[in-house]
Design a protein. Structure first.
Lengths: 300, 177
């Protein structure tokens, strides 16, 4: 069960050196390692060189950036959970962070790494989508910004140019009130990959964003579902049912080892209904605090 | 660099190890340094048997490259009590919470890391902190109970937390010392 392939390991302390090292053929970036090291063990990736990004200046930390919040590239899910400002500015991301794998994984796994690995079930994807996050990317030729809506290109494929590094993730604070919820369907409580996930966010003017994960090749915004709810800050049962119906149509799941296509599709409807109801309640200052398994507990 | 010499502070002592760049921290601890308490269960971060504390945080040592731990502090169950038994260990022993014991080192470290951060956890918080540590023998409840009792004994625990642990009813909460 050891890692069979031989590779070089470097830990650059400047962005220039890191970008140079990553520009070479066979170079892989290492942040939290929770995906990469499992892939190395499986033999799924066989790098010439592993470039550890944790020595980079400004690699960790969460700070205010004007009215936005900026997570440095190396921000872990544990650091998100420990940060009150994230809970306030991006509560759906905060709630999703608590459902990523387990404490031991969250202590190392990074938010940026999660969306760079870009597996369809990544928990950060739908959450960043409803918050309209912007990926700050550094390349050899400079910096560029990629909106999260344009980030995911396919399973394990992103808009990140080859050899580039995600230096940070900007979360627009948006101002004003908001309510949100993250629903993750798992085979059991505790740690599991999502069978389906739904992120929902509504602002004080009744603008909705709904994002789906694990029910398509990439996490994506369910725009038709959001359109059903548009303008309504407190959707009633009838409207929620309509949104659920549209979400079932908008989901594009497959059958795999974790769930069947039909089960996923039907559950997306249920989850959209519950997540939107919870988001609306929270917008109104009601409903349970952001946290773990809120929806299951409400339903019990 | 395909091999390297790394230095880690393991349970308080600086140790040196020759490692391949593909060696995991788990392999370095077990294979090079003779620290056998972290176990390899799944080898991919799902089971928690390989949990160690890296600079005080619980991590999966099977998902850390040994070279990443260079210059850092690693604590295993041998060192978690700082030369004596940790309250979690004592409560686990007093209640005989483990059967085969394979998950025990990871479970104890995950619990110790929780209590260091949150001295008065609720039963829900304990369950969440241990959710990534799989135990195939016990059904978890005695372990949760032991952690709550340890919190109480360490001076942080709360009464209602012990009460809301299922199966804790009717038993003494420990913490009498």
């Amino acid at each position: 069960m050891s890692i069979a392939c031989e590779f070089d390991y470097v830990k650059p302390t400047s962005w220039k050196a890191a970008l140079e090292a990553l520009g070479k053929e066979g170079a892989w970036a290492l942040a939290g390692g929770s995906d990469l090291i499992a892939w190395l063990r499986d033999g799924a990736v066989q790098p010439e060189v592993v470039v550890d990004l944790k020595g980079l200046p400004g690699w960790s930390g969460i700070e205010k950036d004007g009215s936005a919040l900026r997570l440095a590239g190396g921000t872990t899910f544990a650091e998100v959970l420990e940060n009150e400002a994230v809970k306030k500015a991006a509560p759906v991301l905060w709630e999703a962070a608590g459902m990523v794998a387990s404490v031991g994984v969250r202590n190392r796994a990074t938010v940026a790494g999660n969306v760079c690995s870009a597996v369809p079930c990544c928990d950060a994807g739908p959450a960043l989508l409803v918050h309209g996050a912007v990926m700050e990317v550094r390349t050899k030729s400079g910096k560029k910004e990629i909106p999260i809506e344009q980030w995911f290109k396919g399973p394990r494929k992103t808009a990140l140019p080859k050899g580039a590094i995600v230096a940070g993730i900007r979360l627009p604070a948006g101002g004003g009130k908001q309510g949100g919820a993250f629903a993750k369907l798992k085979r059991y409580r505790g740690e599991d990959l999502a069978q389906a996930s739904v992120a929902a966010r509504v602002d004080g003017r009744g603008n909705w964003r709904i994002a789906l994960g694990s029910v398509g090749p990439v996490p994506y915004l369910a725009e038709r579902t959001a359109a059903v709810l548009k303008g309504c800050k407190a959707p009633d049962e009838k409207l929620l049912a309509k949104a659920a119906e549209v979400a079932e149509e908008e989901a594009r799941p497959i059958t795999d080892i974790r769930a069947s296509e039909t089960y996923r599709r039907l559950m997306v409807g249920v989850m959209v209904k519950r997540a939107a109801a919870l988001a609306a309640k929270r917008l109104a200052g009601e409903g349970p605090e952001y946290g773990l398994n809120c929806m299951e507990e409400e339903a019990e | 660099m395909k091999t390297a010499t790394i230095r880690m502070k393991v349970n308080g002592d600086w140790r040196r190890a020759e490692v391949r760049s593909g060696d995991t921290l788990l392999e370095a601890l077990r294979g090079r340094l003779g620290v056998h308490s972290p176990k390899e269960g799944c080898g991919r971060g799902d089971c928690g048997a390989c949990t160690v504390l890296l600079d005080g945080r619980a991590v999966r040592s099977c998902l850390v490259l040994a070279v990443e731990a260079d210059g850092r502090e690693v604590t295993t169950v041998e060192g978690v009590g700082g030369g004596k038994m940790h309250a979690v260990q004592e409560e686990c022993i007093a209640r005989n919470v483990f059967q085969c014991g394979f998950c025990a080192p990871g479970m104890i470290l995950a619990a110790a890391a929780l209590l260091a951060k949150n001295p008065a956890p609720t039963a829900k918080e304990v369950r969440e902190a241990l959710a990534g540590n799989l135990c195939r023998c016990t059904g978890y409840e005695p372990i949760v109970e032991a952690v709550l009792a340890a919190a109480k004994r360490m001076g942080g625990g709360r009464d209602e937390a012990t009460k809301d642990a299922k199966f804790a009813k009717g038993k003494k909460g420990g913490g009498k010392k």
